[in-house]
Design a protein around this ligand. Sequence first.
Ligand SMILES: [Zn+2]
Length: 97
Amino acid sequence: MGPLILIAAIAAVIITAGVRYYFREIKGNEQKTHQCLHCESYELVEINRDTKGSRTVESVGGGTMAGGDVRLQLDYEVTYHCNSCNQNSKYRITKTF
Ligand SMILES: [Zn+2]
């Protein structure tokens, strides 16, 4: 009975980590996929990226002795060129490191 619970616990940890990784990947892909503001096409090519601002954010409740970790957050303004209608679309992106 003992080892079985241990195996189940390890499996649960692995599954949890896998699910987290999976959702993080989906979220990352969502941020990359933008739609043209003019024709709603997804045929966009990034042509410019400006850093508009940066700040440090502290994640609270991380459960660490240090009291969470400090992360760098950057604001980008990304310009995409649409291959369908040849117009540009600008997007604001916030990225946390
Ligand atoms: Zn377009």
